[in-house]
Design a protein around this ligand. Structure first.
Ligand SMILES: [Zn+2]
Ligand SMILES: [Zn+2]
Ligand SMILES: [Zn+2]
Ligand SMILES: [Zn+2]
Length: 200
């Protein structure tokens, strides 16, 4: 499903230096998108974020194509709560920045400060059955009971599916807004948002 060539490096990516790593990294990033890691970003504070290939990432005025974080895909995301907003608890993956939004009155993780979670299989197959959360930044935000959230241009949606292009090509991210100690980015194809730690 995802590129095998990512597995080896993603699972063992502990050296967080932004120095260029040669042709292998650059080729991988050109094919699958750049690597994002909140762990690596936090370890390398500064106004500019870098991919291990050396490329500058997540410029607020440009689009960044990012690959899937295979360790999260295979082992599940590890979440911490970052906010209570719009009647929801909001969580973010400490590695890849993937968020979750649960209604406060039906949050299965309400009494846990950190937890691991895999994607709900039926939602991947048939799409997420979503409810409206809030309107912001010219978008309508939705969340599924599984926790997946989306920012979409159209109102009144009840189902959101993941487009295949993101599975194969990664996500194309643009900055939306700074919230607390995180910068939020939005994928133009799937409507997923990602949170990356503010490091400046
Ligand atoms: Zn890269
Ligand atoms: Zn993750
Ligand atoms: Zn869902
Ligand atoms: Zn996407």
């Amino acid at each position: 499903m995802l590129s095998q060539s990512h597995t080896r490096t993603d699972l063992s990516w502990t050296d967080t230096s932004p120095r260029p790593r040669g042709l292998g990294w650059r080729l991988s990033c050109a094919l699958f998108g750049h690597r994002v890691s909140n762990v690596a970003f936090a370890a390398n504070p500064g106004p500019v974020k870098h991919c291990p290939c050396g490329e500058r990432l997540l410029d607020m005025h440009a689009e960044t194509r990012v690959s899937h974080t295979v360790s999260c895909f295979l082992l599940g995301h590890r979440y911490v709560r970052i906010a209570v907003r719009d009647g929801h608890h909001e969580y973010v993956c400490t590695q890849c920045g993937h968020p979750l939004l649960f209604r406060m009155d039906s949050d299965p993780y309400a009494d846990q400060s950190t937890f691991k979670k895999k994607v709900r299989y039926l939602c991947n197959l048939f799409g997420h059955r979503v409810h409206p959360v809030v309107s912001r930044q010219g978008f309508h935000e939705y969340a599924c009971d599984c926790g997946h959230s989306f920012l979409k241009e159209d109102s009144g949606r009840s189902v959101v599916k993941h487009p295949l292009v993101c599975l194969f090509a990664g996500h194309y991210l643009r900055f939306t807004e700074r919230r607390g100690s995180y910068d939020e980015y939005l994928c133009r194809n799937c409507g997923h948002t990602f949170y990356f730690v503010v490091t400046e």
